[in-house]
Design a binder for this molecule. Structure first.
Ligand SMILES: *Cc1c(COP(=O)(O)O)cnc(C)c1O
Length: 378
């Protein structure tokens, strides 16, 4: 938009920060296709009983919508603490819980509070593609180490990089997105100890967005909270909990970390409607989580099938599988889309990620992939 603009828009309009000019907003394509296996959603929606309960809760909240909501979301905090306590023998108390509009907002708040100019946020590639954006938006320096070829963390490298770059925030998805790799507890301990040896202790955020899908025998980092005051474990209702549309993410950490976040959060950031919906959904936790075991079985079957086709597949503790490698992954992605199956072009060169859907959806995916490969695309 320069001099040809009829309104005579001046150069440099709008006055965006220089480092943001020309950037596209992040987001996977939202295409209306029959089989959507691209953003790791739970394919199963809520039951009629759950929908009715949510509607009643929203109607009740609507009566007092002239008032601001409970800024401390006291009831929701207690419910989330109760839910998390199932994953650790030590239990979680409400003062250890923080929540916001999706774990994306939780993570942004963590960087607003603990990152900032002159500070470093660190992760290990391949990692969640949103992290560098939170760093950029909070003017935090973004540093990325690497992972092993099987996507496990190289602990010596991780320790060295923490010592060298002194990050105030280390961000680690476990299971990792886009690879599905879970962090063993020993790795979490090594990282927390390394960050505690910084001149100024850094926090280690283990992003368990896919935690409920982990394989049996893979513990949650929640169990390690009593041992590491700098550990933060983040969760979301968007994936296993089948509530992506409601936008509710949360974390468990030492109470002083939760208190620090309160300084940067917007007042009344969690609407009364969001709080009511999340509380009603938590009352239906067994139902909403009911399909997790089925999805885990479907995941294991999908991984086995892809390997039978001669493809490489990363070990997955999540509700997706990263597979490859293709000389032209875009051609494979497009070939699948032409057949009504939307997956994600993400991860290292040559790899593709498929979310685990219903058995019918996975059958459609397998059939489409077989056709695409028979036609020699990619
Ligand atoms: C999907 C995802 C989230 C969840 O984001 P919400 O904002 O809670 O929907 C967080 N972290 C990772 C790594 C994810 O893949």
């Amino acid at each position: 938009m320069t001099s040809s603009d009829p309104a005579g828009t001046p150069a440099g309009w709008p006055p965006l920060r220089a480092e943001l000019r020309g950037l596209e907003p992040y987001g996977a394509p939202q295409l209306d296709v029959p089989v959507q296996l691209n953003v790791n959603e739970n394919p199963y929606g809520p039951s009629a009983a759950c929908v009715a309960d949510i509607a009643t809760a929203v109607a009740r909240a609507a009566v007092t919508l002239n008032r601001y909501p409970d800024r401390e979301f006291t009831e929701l905090r207690a419910a989330l603490a109760g839910y998390l306590s199932r994953d650790t023998p030590h239990g979680i108390v409400p003062g250890q819980v923080w929540a916001a509009n999706g774990s994306n907002e939780v993570m942004l708040q963590l960087l607003q509070a603990f990152g900032g100019p002159g500070r470093v946020a660190l992760s290990f590639a391949p990692t969640y593609s949103m992290y560098p954006e939170y760093a950029r938006d909070t003017m935090t320096e973004w540093v990325q180490g690497h992972r092993e070829s099987d996507f496990a963390l190289d602990l010596d490298h991780a320790r060295d990089l923490i010592k060298e770059r002194q990050p105030s925030v280390v961000l680690l998805p476990s299971p990792n997105n886009p690879t599905g790799t879970a962090l063993p507890p020993e790795a979490v301990t090594v990282l927390c100890e390394a960050a505690a040896e910084n001149e100024q202790t850094g926090i280690v955020v283990v992003d368990e967005a896919y935690g409920e899908f982990r394989r049996s025998g893979t513990p949650s980092a929640l169990e390690l909270l009593p041992q590491h005051r700098n550990l933060v474990v983040s969760r979301t209702m968007s994936k296993a909990f089948a509530l992506a549309g409601a936008r509710l993410g949360y974390l468990a950490a030492a109470p002083e970390i939760c208190d620090a976040i309160r300084v940067v959060r917007l007042p009344y950031h969690l609407s009364a409607v969001t709080q009511a919906v999340a509380l009603a959904a938590l009352r239906h936790a067994p139902e909403l989580l009911g399909k997790v075991d089925e999805l885990r079985a479907e995941r294991d079957a999908t991984v086995a099938w892809l390997r039978d086709q001669g493809l490489s597949v990363a070990e997955s503790d999540a509700n997706f599988a990263l597979f490859g490698t293709f000389a032209d992954r875009h051609a494979v992605w497009q070939g699948l889309l032409d057949r009504g199956v939307l997956i994600r072009e993400v991860g290292p060169d040559g790899w593709l990620r498929v979310s685990i859907g219903t058995t019918e959806e996975m059958t459609a995916f397998k059939q489409a992939l077989t056709e695409v490969r028979e036609e020699g695309q990619g």
